[in-house]
Design a binder for this molecule. Structure first.
Ligand code: Z5A
Length: 206
């Protein structure tokens, strides 16, 4: 019998994480499991306040270190108050972004040292990491176009294409280095094909 799993969804913006989060949760739930869906940064009252600090524009610029520390401050709240209790209660947890996003955005995008991120990861997560990470991948310009129809761009969405290219490259490197945990799905395909491929990965687990 497989234990309950911690599944994360990753990718540059507009790849379809939110769209597929609901799909994955429903699929796992229909197989008789209890599922908690959540997101980062956020997932608790305090972590959602931190999300506001991270995403909203402010007159005072956020330093790269402050951004990185706030990501892990929100993650600590989320892990202790939501993710760990849910896993301990036997629920499956499906999360829109997690620490791979910190390596990709703060490491790849902002050039914060990967060693520093890995140190914070150990400090905050104490060995807990996702069992499965679904990386939805597509060319940056396609993702940006898909996401463009929405309202005011946040602090990350105003970044230039090159920033997102570094984010994507870091995701791809991480997926290549950890094939046991990552499964990569080509998000250029139509939604039903993307979801058929996700189901293939989940079927193996369920
Ligand atoms: N961030 C960070 O820097 N460090 C961290 O550690 C963490 C996060 C955890 C908030 O993320 C920001 O925080 C994020 C990184 C940073 N900023 N950026 N950029 P977020 O997850 O809340 O926001 P997001 O990345 O901007 O997600 P998004 O733009 O909402 O994209 P999405 O959820 O991947 O896409 P979607 O909303 O599901 O789909 C976009 C559109 O495409 C929509 O109209 C869909 O109907 C359509 N779609 C989806 N799939 C398809 C396919 N296959 N074909 C055609 N159309 C499709």
């Amino acid at each position: 019998m497989i234990k309950n799993l911690f599944i994360t969804l990753e990718g540059v913006e507009g790849v379809g994480k939110s769209t597929n989060l609901g799909f994955i949760s429903s699929y796992v739930r229909e197989s008789g499991k209890e599922v908690l869906t959540t997101r980062e940064p956020g997932g608790t009252a305090i972590a959602e306040k931190i999300r506001g600090l991270l995403l909203n524009h402010d007159e005072e610029a956020l330093t790269a270190d402050a951004e990185l520390l706030l990501m892990f401050a929100a993650r600590s709240q989320h892990l202790e108050h939501v993710i760990k209790p849910a896993l301990a209660a036997g629920q499956w947890v499906v999360c829109d972004r997690f620490t791979d996003a910190t390596f990709a955005y703060q490491g790849g995008g902002r050039n914060s040292p990967m060693k520093k991120i890995a140190w914070l990861e150990n400090m905050v997560q104490k060995g807990l990491s996702p069992d499965l990470t679904i990386l939805l991948d597509l060319p940056v310009e396609v993702g940006l176009k898909r996401a463009a129809s929405r309202s005011e761009p946040d602090r990350f969405e105003v970044e230039k294409k090159l920033f997102f290219e570094r984010v994507r490259a870091t995701y791809l490197e991480r997926a290549k280095a950890d094939k046991n945990r990552f499964c990569m799905v080509d998000a250029m395909q139509d939604l039903s094909t993307v979801q058929r491929q996700i189901v293939k990965h989940l079927e193996g687990l369920l």
